[in-house]
Design a protein around this ligand. Structure first.
Ligand code: SAM
Ligand code: DTB
Ligand code: SF4
Length: 331
């Protein structure tokens, strides 16, 4: 092992993470790319497609979110989608090349009745040979057990920001509620997808503290989405000073270094990023994206644009993702 190689650790101090952020950019990117190559194929990116299965009218007050009932964002509310419609969307995503299908619902938490409908959706999507991910809000241990039994591959639940900044962003559920959900999912053996949103007006220290929380969980989340705030008119965070793109790339690089075996997703916000910026994020160790022209409710780059970028960069979206197993990006 060279001195650049970091072991899997769960005892990161804030000082150590701040020191990574403070490195000269070239040194940081070199360390991130070196770490990345230890565990991953440097030219492979995993692609997931998103579908909003229940849209808007959410009782929570997340100040970034267009789906909260508290903000008049003009979003059309939709009831829980039919299983047939979900199947059509998943088939479409599969034919466009996505390997994982992620279904999101604007709920504080699912009722048991709703969970049964989602379980039917999971089963239909699995039958198409795709990996499944759902994000439904807070989850109890028995609900996690049911999802595991249904064969769910990933549960997405973000910490969103640092424990300190959190209360400025959401008041209707606590940071501890989020940690509890992650624990319920982890102990039932479902892969955890958890990350955050940056560009919400947080400080450098908040970004470091968010990554510290994620890296010091009992297991690193298998997937770490780093979202750049998508600013939606009439949400409280609309008009926030945009984040410096170099700071965004630094956040990806530090996530890659301190969670070396996790897939790091260059998540929401790509519609506002240049090709150069996205290329920099892949160099910093991002190896997953949301693919398809819509996230949950906001635009994402068109598939053709992403395929053209992959072509330019020599990125393979269906090749072997990891160095140490036969797992493919399209597994
Ligand atoms: N309602 C569930 C919950 O919040 O747990 C699941 C769906 S929610 C839309 C999933 C995640 O999307 C949020 O935790 C947040 O991190 C992300 N998100 C929502 N609005 C966003 C925005 N405007 N920009 C970036 N990420 C956003
Ligand atoms: C995640 O970290 N980002 C995705 C997914 N998990 C569910 C959601 C992004 C949502 C962006 C705003 C919207 O489209 O509504
Ligand atoms: Fe609701 Fe999730 Fe949006 Fe928060 S992020 S308002 S919980 S849909």
């Amino acid at each position: 092992m060279t001195d650049l190689v970091l072991a899997i650790r769960h005892d990161w101090t804030l000082e150590q993470i701040k020191a990574l952020f403070a490195k000269p950019f070239n040194d940081l990117l070199f360390q991130a790319q070196t770490t990345h190559r230890q565990y991953f194929n440097p030219n492979a990116v995993q692609i997931s497609s998103l579908l909003s299965i229940k849209t808007g009218a959410c009782p929570e007050d997340c100040s970034y979110c267009p789906q909260s009932a508290r903000y008049d964002t003009g979003l059309e509310r939709e009831r829980l989608m039919s299983v047939d419609k979900v199947k059509q969307a998943a088939l479409n995503a599969k034919s466009n090349g996505a390997s994982r299908f992620c279904m999101g619902a604007a709920w504080r938490n699912p009722t048991d009745k709703n969970l049964d409908r989602v379980i039917e959706m999971i089963s239909v999507v699995k039958d198409l040979g795709m990996e499944t991910c759902v994000t439904l809000g807070m989850l109890t241990r028995p609900q996690s057990k049911k999802l595991k039994a249904a064969g769910l591959d990933y549960y997405n639940h973000n910490l969103d920001t640092s424990p300190e900044y959190y209360k400025e962003i959401i008041t209707t559920r606590t940071y501890q509620d989020r940690l509890d959900t992650l624990e319920n999912v982890r102990v039932e053996g479902i892969n955890v997808c958890s990350g955050g949103i940056i560009g919400m007006g947080e400080t450098d220290l908040d970004r470091a503290a968010l990554l510290q929380q994620l890296a010091n969980l009992p297991e690193h989340p298998q997937s770490v989405p780093i979202n750049l705030l998508v600013q939606v008119e009439n949400t409280p965070l609309y008009g926030t000073e945009p984040l410096d793109p170099i700071e965004f790339a630094r956040t990806i690089a530090v996530a890659r270094i301190i969670m070396p075996k996790s897939t790091v997703r260059l998540s929401a916000g790509r519609n506002d990023m240049s090709e150069e910026m996205q290329a920099l994020c892949f160099l910093a160790g991002a190896n997953s994206i949301f693919y398809g022209d819509k996230l949950l409710t906001t635009p994402n780059p068109d598939e053709n644009e992403d395929l053209a970028l992959f072509e330019k960069l020599g990125i393979n979206a269906s090749g072997k993702l990891r160095q140490d197993s036969s797992e493919t990006a399209a597994a």
